[in-house]
Design a protein around this ligand. Structure first.
Ligand code: PMP
Length: 307
């Protein structure tokens, strides 16, 4: 039997047992969400006895950019961050699917909600994670009554912790209404994204997804799906989407590090397509799962082996 991995985190510049990675109650980020975070997956391939981290450089580029947007003091390079992460996963000894959560937070006890010239810390914890939302059955969804945060309110593209109150409102609303997930409209009323995933629809064989100007996070899975689909000869269009177009689309699916590629069966009580996974979604989902497990030669450059 595989050995149980050790529960370590990276905290205040070193690897420590997770139970010792605690912040003080006065921490500024705890009051105001003054932090930015990432979410990275590592996939275990049993045959190769290795864990492959998906697009780690892209994730750390985004984290660095998020910190820059919010003026959080953070000077680690992508290479340094990658090295810290690999060392942590190795030290824990994971041989399963994992989710890596790095974040930069205002560790200062400053009372005021501000961002610049405050002490920050960089931390990482790791969880075992298979599906975050079901990828096998179709998801039921609703259009949230909460609008996606606008770039001039809290930049959705920054993956700012405080902005996730917006996601939490929508997710709770969806779950409490008996649905699996919420779909946000942006402040203009166009489709934006899910609470923690980007959205795609298929109409007449074309794959369509909202542009980054629709207050979405620039998803790394989204970018991967676009590249992948275009490589397979599909037309992928980034344009504004009406909620009613979703209702009459042939297929709808989510993409995200947590969500991976998850298909939508229902939106606001309307069945999408014939209520089964659509052929284009199925094709992309199958290839995506092969890629992340290092079974697609052409996409090996998206993966970083841990061991
Ligand atoms: N949108 C939001 C709001 C998210 O939190 C996430 C998850 N990071 C995504 C989209 C998907 O982005 P990615 O593919 O980079 O995980």
């Amino acid at each position: 039997m595989a050995k149980e991995p050790k529960d370590f985190s990276y905290f205040q510049g070193k690897i420590v047992p997770s139970k010792e990675a605690n912040v003080n109650v006065q921490t500024n980020a705890l009051q105001y969400g003054t932090a930015v975070f990432g979410g990275i997956r590592g996939y275990y391939n049993k045959d190769l006895e290795n864990v492959f981290i998906f697009r780690i450089s892209d994730h750390y580029k985004r984290l660095t950019n998020s910190a820059k947007m919010l003026q959080l003091g953070f000077d680690k390079s992508v290479e340094e961050l990658t090295e810290i992460t690999l060392n942590l996963v190795r030290e824990c000894g994971y041989l399963e699917n994992i989710y890596i959560r790095p974040f930069v937070y205002v560790s200062s006890y400053a009372l005021s909600p501000k961002l610049h010239d405050l002490e920050t810390d960089f931390a990482i914890y790791i969880l075992k994670l298979d599906d975050y939302i079901d990828t096998k059955r179709g998801l039921t969804t609703l259009i949230s009554s909460w609008r996606r945060i606008d770039d001039n309110i809290i930049p959705a593209i920054s993956k700012a912790s405080g902005g996730y109150l917006n996601s939490a409102l929508a997710k709770s609303e969806a779950l409490q209404a008996g649905c699996d997930e919420a779909i946000f409209l942006d402040s203009r009323g166009f489709v934006a994204e899910g609470s923690a995933e980007n959205i795609f629809m298929v109409r007449d064989g074309n794959i369509i997804t909202p542009p980054i100007s629709a207050s979405i996070l620039e998803g790394i899975t989204r970018k991967s799906i676009i590249e992948l689909a275009r490589g397979l000869g599909f037309t992928v269009i980034e344009r504004d989407i009406l909620r009613t177009e979703l209702y009459v689309s042939d297929e709808v699916f989510f993409s995200g590090t947590g969500a991976q590629v998850a298909w939508v069966k229902e939106i606001d009580n309307r069945k999408i397509g014939n209520g089964n996974i659509g052929p284009i979604t199925k094709t992309l989902q199958d290839i995506f799962f092969n890629i992340v497990k290092n079974k697609e030669e052409k996409f090996k450059h998206w993966l970083t082996p841990v061991y």
